[in-house]
Design a protein around this ligand. Sequence first.
Ligand code: GDP
Length: 427
Amino acid sequence: MATTALDLAKVRNIGIMAHIDAGKTTTTERILFYTGVNYKIGEVHEGAATMDWMEQEQERGITITSAATTCHWTLDDVDHTINIIDTPGHVDFTVEVERSLRVLDGAVTVFDGVAGVEPQSETVWRQADRYGVPRICFVNKLDRTGAEFHRCVDMIDARLGAVPLVMQLPIGTEMDFQGVVDLVAMKALVWSAEAAKGEMYDVVDIPATHVEAAAEYRGKLLETIAEYDDQMMELYLEGQEPDTEQLIAAIRRATIASTKGENKGKPTFTPVFCGTAFKNKGVQPLLDAVVRYLPSPLDIEGIQGHAVNNEEEVIVRQPSDDEPFAGLAFKIMRDPHLGKLTFVRVYSGVLEAGSSVLNSVKGKKERIGKIYRMHANKREEIPSVGAGDIIAVMGLKDTTTGETLCDPSNAVILESMTFPAPVIEVA
Ligand code: GDP
């Protein structure tokens, strides 16, 4: 059977996290809208067809009902698969929140441009720190009265103890918010009224009113990235400017490295973007940023598990289709048409429909029924799924969330049933 393995470098498994009301739902819906405008599964990219889809979706409103929704975003003519994992909105120290953090590789943190960093933003931030999840930030609602981008950036520094890297400057405030200065490309991105219909922004020269601030913030950006990246430091000391590609690569390295390995526990380095999801301004560059700066499954170290009968015996599985299959069931949902669906993150190997796998926690064999990729507007049945990907499986009888599914002859348990003790926040 043909596998549907993806080019892992072009996969992003992300979550979107926020304090309630900051705009997580709106941002997610706009992401699905813009990605849907540009991509239709199994259909030709035809203007008319795209318009139909958009109109239908606008009437119905795009809703996210799935624990993981797959969408596609094209950057520099390259198609990328983005799996959006639903991170529960309420932020108790529940196993469910922790489990969703466990299966995603990177996250977008959405802030309300008026309220800035709120209590739940702090909670989700600390949880993501604990799980070593690299993050980019989106300061939303810049159209609202009282919105202040720079105040929010200062709060990310002061309240979250992170190192925010200002990637954009807003052009216009509140009702007059029109677009952003992109400090990497040193261009202005301006949205017209057509943005609400999925149109791209216009790329224009930085307005005269913003040239000075843009130069100042570009300088700060280069200084900050030099502190995090040796190659950038070298250029900085030589008084040379990196080209756009070098700069993007360095910001990506710094974002991913800052929550990993020996950097864990140090301030999290996080690129900051802005806009208004509700008014359709800022979401497309945010999607570019997801692809550019958040890790692919290949950027994550192999997942650690242990042998079935011996917790001391560590087993590491690499994100490769050539490894034995191992995956984590992280969510069970009831679909009105399909019945019970088990969402699985495949960490290694290939999972095939109709195959038999082992639930290593329960010590029971499970038969894999159909495998589905869930999109915003449809589900797609696929014959198999490779390492690094996230899908829904039909037909599992005994598996509950948090349990490992694996190759019966190469058993491993990926998640110990005890979670690290919650960090108690002291106000
Ligand atoms: P969530 O609780 O984080 O999922 O927040 P929602 O996406 O449901 O948004 C909360 C409220 O803020 C809703 O009434 C949205 O319409 C509104 N909202 C979201 N984004 C924006 C924005 O960019 N500007 C304005 N003015 N309102 C927004």
